[in-house]
Design a protein around this ligand. Structure first.
Ligand SMILES: NC(=O)c1ccc[n+]([C@@H]2O[C@H](COP(=O)([O-])OP(=O)(O)OC[C@H]3O[C@@H](n4cnc5c(N)ncnc54)[C@H](OP(=O)(O)O)[C@@H]3O)[C@@H](O)[C@H]2O)c1
Length: 196
């Protein structure tokens, strides 16, 4: 069975990715507070140590990372730094360090989000992070010849809207995003951004 590292396996989307792929892949789970490995993906040393312990792997999916949700007046400069360190550089760490340990032909899928292209009030930090991550994926996709790297850009998950107490009628069930991560790691394409 192919080995898949899933960073963010306990989240709204990660849980669905795990359900969808668990019969086809040996899944190694990674989160901050639970799972086979517990670490903050923004800590490059911890990420390197994890890959050393795991050894070779075939795919990595990241459904993880923090970015501030709030209006421009609610944003401090530190809030931008926190999001860039967590969601942007955390996922960049997983690809940049993980590629040294990955098996030939390995595939990576990271998470951006619809705010990269469609700004809304409150989404300033996350939009900036998502756009930066997508630029990284397009660039890395050009240069990594023996592996693939793609991003999935979720819109708004129905389950997340419910958790936030919002009207979820326009939300997309998280399983639909999970199917995109599967496509992203199995398509053989690289540098792509997958949307629902
Ligand atoms: N849900 C949506 O509607 C939506 C829309 C657009 C984009 N996205 C993006 O999709 C991804 C997944 O979203 P989600 O809603 O499923 O997230 P979520 O429910 O908040 O879950 C996040 C998961 O990632 C782990 N995690 C968070 N920060 C981490 C870090 N620094 N290092 C290691 N693990 C970390 C969490 O583990 P712990 O609980 O142990 O911290 C948890 O398992 C995120 O990047 C998010 O920005 C989501």
């Amino acid at each position: 069975m192919k080995k898949l590292i899933l960073v963010g396996s306990t989240g709204v989307i990660g849980k669905k990715v795990s359900e969808l792929l668990s019969s086809e892949y040996e899944i190694v789970t990674v989160n901050r507070t639970s799972g086979d490995y517990q670490l903050d993906m923004s800590d490059a040393t911890a990420v390197e140590n994890m890959f050393k312990e795991i050894g070779g792997f075939d795919s990595l999916i990241a459904t993880s990372g923090y970015g501030k949700w709030g209006s421009i007046d609610e944003h401090s400069i530190q809030d931008f730094h926190d999001g860039l360190k967590s969601k942007l550089m955390g996922q960049v760490n997983l690809v940049m360090i993980g590629r040294k340990y990955a098996n030939t032909g390995a595939s990576f899928a990271v998470s951006s989000g619809i705010l990269a292209q469609h700004p809304v009030v409150g989404g300033l930090s996350l939009g900036m992070i998502n756009a930066g991550l997508e630029a990284f994926v397009r660039g890395a996709g050009l240069e990594l010849n023996d592996m693939t790297v793609n991003a999935v850009s979720p819109s708004f998950a129905k389950e997340t809207m419910e958790l936030m107490g919002m009207d979820s009628s326009t939300g997309v069930p998280a399983i639909e995003f999970a199917k995109l991560y599967k496509q992203a790691i199995e398509s053989g394409k690289s540098g792509q951004i997958y949307h629902v």
